[in-house]
Design a protein around this ligand. Structure first.
Ligand code: R5P
Length: 317
């Protein structure tokens, strides 16, 4: 009788079925038969409908909107797999929600990113795989191996296809994002500018100071998250005012809450390029200046390498 040890199984929650299917197709491994549904009172119910005993299971689930429902699905899927004797469970969380709550912003506030890391671990995950964490240090919130992948190879390929690199300036939209932007700038051999946002006095609007000479340059803003779109739209205005010829943004996670899509569409941004770490809504798909790059191959390759106990970091050399 053939043993299951080492066989890969992919299980998808409801957050991003398209990405899960694309990963499954890259790995030529069908998604495992599983039901992830709600009871009448909206409790999550999970049933894994095939044998997973002894298998290496990868659960693909972003904790994107609605974050709490998708997080609960992830935890309950992991619990179901653990109780079904899976050999190893990897939580593949392309967008790790709650990551922005990675420190106490004031007294008597939580560190929710740490709490979510504890929940995933205690549910029974053996490993975590995620993408462009808001802050690299969040890896340390997990006491299990955690691979933080980077979307930059996918973005760099796209930038190289579309831009004359000798005229490009990579821009970090705030001081906190400099390390991320510098990493991408190095990969395409482009200079780096930084936007320094300052509110001189409470109640006054923020002043955007551009550090770096952007006149005549095609500017590429790089960030991990676009949520309301405010940061990007304001940064684009500031760069164009300083003489940039165009402003494009490459952002890994298109959270795009509330009126963000309308704000981006009405803005002077030439294009906003995001990935499918969060499943794009219909509004995103039809927006005139938003384009989606898929990270399915990158994640599929990282899953394949993890299963084969091969290097994942060499994907980014
Ligand atoms: C902040 O630290 C993040 O890196 C993003 O810059 C931020 O989440 C973007 O938010 P919004 O689109 O709402 O300005």
């Amino acid at each position: 009788m053939a043993a299951n040890n080492g066989a890969i199984k992919l299980v998808a929650g409801n957050s991003n079925p398209k990405l899960a299917e694309a990963i499954a197709s890259y790995l030529a491994t069908p998604l495992a038969q599983a039901v992830v549904r709600r009871f009448a009172d909206m409790e999550v119910f999970v049933e894994i409908q095939e044998n997973v005993r002894g298998t290496d299971v990868f659960v693909v689930q972003s904790t994107s909107y609605p974050a709490n429902d998708h997080l609960m699905e992830l935890l309950i899927i992991i619990d179901a797999l653990r109780r079904s004797s899976a050999r190893r469970i990897t939580a593949v969380v392309p967008y790790f929600g709650y990551a922005r709550q990675d420190r106490k912003p004031g007294p008597r506030t939580p560190i929710s990113a740490k709490l979510v890391a504890n929940l995933i671990t205690r549910a029974g995950a053996d490993r975590v795989m995620t993408l462009d964490l808001h802050a690299g240090q969040i890896q340390g919130f997990f006491d299990i191996p955690t691979d933080n992948l980077f979307a930059s190879p996918v973005m760099v390929r796209d930038i190289k296809e579309r831009y004359k690199l000798d005229n490009v300036m990579v821009v970090s939209p705030d001081v906190g994002g400099v390390v991320r932007a510098r990493g991408l700038a190095k990969r395409i051999n482009a200079p780096l500018a930084i936007i320094d946002k300052r509110r001189e006095r409470a109640g006054e609007s923020e002043v955007m100071n551009v550090i770096g000479e952007v006149t005549g340059r095609a500017c590429i803003l790089v960030d991990d998250i676009v949520d309301s779109g405010g940061t990007l739209v304001n940064a684009a205005e500031a760069l164009l005012k300083q003489g940039a010829t165009s402003v494009t943004a490459y952002i890994t996670h298109g959270v795009l809450s509330g009126g963000a899509v309308a704000r981006v569409t009405a803005s002077k941004l030439k294009e906003l390029v995001i990935t499918d770490s969060i499943q794009p809504t219909e509004a995103v798909r039809v927006a005139r200046n938003i384009r989606v790059l898929s990270i399915a191959t990158l994640i599929g390759e990282a899953i394949g390498r993890t299963a084969a106990e091969e290097s994942v970091s060499s994907l980014f050399d």
